[in-house]
Design a protein around this ligand. Sequence first.
Ligand code: ADP
Ligand code: MG
Length: 150
Amino acid sequence: MEKTAETLRTFEDIAAEFARGLRPRAHEATLITLSGELGAGKTAFVKAAARELGITETVNSPTFVLEKIYALPRKSGEAGFSRLIHIDAYRLERGSDLSALGFDELMRDPGNLVFLEWPEQVADGLPAPSAAVRIQSRPAGGRTLTFSVQ
Ligand SMILES: Nc1ncnc2c1ncn2[C@@H]1O[C@H](COP(=O)(O)OP(=O)(O)O)[C@@H](O)[C@H]1O
Ligand SMILES: [Mg+2]
């Protein structure tokens, strides 16, 4: 599925709608990968999704800390996730680097909703995501978002 956003506001609305539609899997965490050039809007997408799920604290890019874990408020209990995890794999070199982040254990908990930027960096260690989001800047401005759902 492909969507276009002319403005950041529309882009955020698309991300929020996507987040509303997510449901936990039965036996493992939900993994959403985000691909696109630097500045495409991967972090902006996670910020908007986090806001929609009720996270009020500031969501900053985890480029330097690699991983951030946010508790989700009970209000989003209808969706069933208890934590949102934001990973930026930009500085990782291979799939096995994910183990330092406790990735395998995170993926075992169905309550975890994991957003991962730069999946290409760790492709050899990544399970198939529930959804892959690709964000591209359009020459005329705005963004194209492509969603591939498992
Ligand atoms: N859809 C968008 N439309 C306009 N500006 C955007 C959009 N997404 C992100 N930006 C701006 O681009 C900058 C980088 O975005 P960011 O989400 O950090 O990119 P990425 O994580 O893909 O490197 C931010 O300042 C942000 O405000
Ligand atoms: Mg980013």
